[in-house]
Design a protein around this ligand. Structure first.
Ligand code: F0G
Length: 363
């Protein structure tokens, strides 16, 4: 049964009171933890682990939150589940809603969702609405129309999503035999993961599962970095931005979980930084080239570690974990775009005539 394979429901006492029959699961979680010395060398730390959340059923960490969110929604008798999304939340919700046999509506920013993610939502049968506006607009439109339309919202404003996403941390610490790493890095968009990871770590400490806390590093794309700007101001000012980045998953200008995430960064002695699109894509090429692979937004965590190492903010003898949030196949266009033009780690396709001489001349 999928529930026996679920790395979320394994921790059900810490996640949700919804029980056996009501649970909608695809056996999410139990994702790989990779120790990649080549990448550790590149970023400049002693030990770097990659926790690969792209290995979830629909290819991103969202499945951990969605198994809980959709189970609760059905349990409560919700008629229609809905979300706004940059593509992964909608892919995940569409799948879980189909399994639960529930109606599903997703609102996406037109032209700003990768084809792979968009194809998941239409294939799983969600009513897929592309709005002529950005993600932030899609989410506010959803929130304003949901009461009238009777929609049950499954964005990360829904606390059950965060309860499910906590299990990334339970699983990680369990794999590390409850030995706390120095740092945990993740990309920040709507800041649901930042909030969920912090909650999980604080809970683990109060339960006595761990006796100290790691520091947390949240990495945003330079063109979508309202959280990083607020951090830099000493939390004195916050203003939404008009977001733009190649990492479309985190193309978010006004994160809904800002307050929760800010508390987490403060309690975990964390920091927030931002990296350029070029740094994101080079880091992705390194993660991909190491054989692990991830989508652009996920590589922001690795790019952030490298940046902070070069600024001497992280010490080289640190044990660091980077969470990879999405699968390499989530955005093949970004991969092609990088490798077909002149970039630092480009690996161009070589097209030749179909004869032995041509092959021999290029190998
Ligand atoms: N990485 C990936 C691959 C994502 O899809 C997202 C968010 C994030 C990181 C940021 O996570 O919002 O918890 O800070 N994607 C959402 C979506 C917005 O609609 O798929 P966060």
């Amino acid at each position: 049964l999928a529930i026996d394979r679920s790395g979320v429901w394994r921790f059900r006492e810490l996640v949700s009171p919804v029980d056996g029959e009501a649970i909608i699961t695809r056996g999410e979680g139990n994702t790989g933890l990779y120790n990649v010395p080549k990448l550790a060398d590149w970023v400049g730390v002693d030990t770097l682990y990659l926790k690969h959340e792209g290995e979830n059923p629909t290819g991103s960490f969202k499945d951990r939150g969605m198994t809980v969110g959709v189970s609760v929604a059905r349990h409560c008798g919700a008629a229609i589940v809905a979300c706004a999304s940059t593509g992964n939340t909608s892919a995940s919700l569409a799948s879980y809603a189909a399994i639960a046999d529930m109606r599903c509506v997703v609102l996406l920013p037109a032209g700003k969702v990768s084809a792979a993610k968009l194809s998941q939502s239409i294939a799983y049968g969600a009513k897929t609405i592309a709005i002529r506006g950005d993600f932030d607009k899609a989410l506010s439109l959803l929130q304003s129309t949901a009461p009238q339309l009777g929609l049950y919202i499954l964005n990360s404003v829904n606390p059950w999503r965060l309860e499910g996403q906590k299990t990334v941390m339970y699983e990680l610490l369990e794999s590390l035999r409850w030995e706390v790493p120095d740092w945990i890095f993740l990309p920040g968009g709507n800041l649901g993961n930042t909030s969920a990871f912090g909650k999980a770590l604080l809970e683990m400490r109060s339960l006595g599962l761990i006796d100290s806390l790691p520091r947390i590093g949240v990495v945003q794309a330079e063109g979508a970095a309202p959280f990083a700007h607020a951090y830099k101001s000493g939390w004195q000012s916050y203003s939404p931005v008009k977001a733009e980045t190649v990492a479309t998953a985190i193309r978010i200008g006004d994160p809904v979980n800002y307050q929760k995430a800010r508390r987490v960064v403060q309690e975990l002695d964390g920091l927030v930084t931002s990296v350029s699109d070029r740094e994101i894509l080079d880091a992705k090429a390194m993660v991909d080239g190491a054989g692990v692979g991830c989508e652009p937004a996920s590589a922001a965590s690795v790019a952030g570690i490298r940046k902070l190492m070069s600024e001497r903010i992280i010490s080289p003898d640190s044990k660091v974990v980077a969470v990879l949030t999405g699968h390499i196949l989530k955005d093949p266009d970004a991969t092609f775009m990088y490798h077909t033009s002149d970039n630092r780690f480009s690996n161009k396709i070589i097209e030749v005539d179909a004869d032995p001489k041509s092959i021999i001349s290029v190998v």
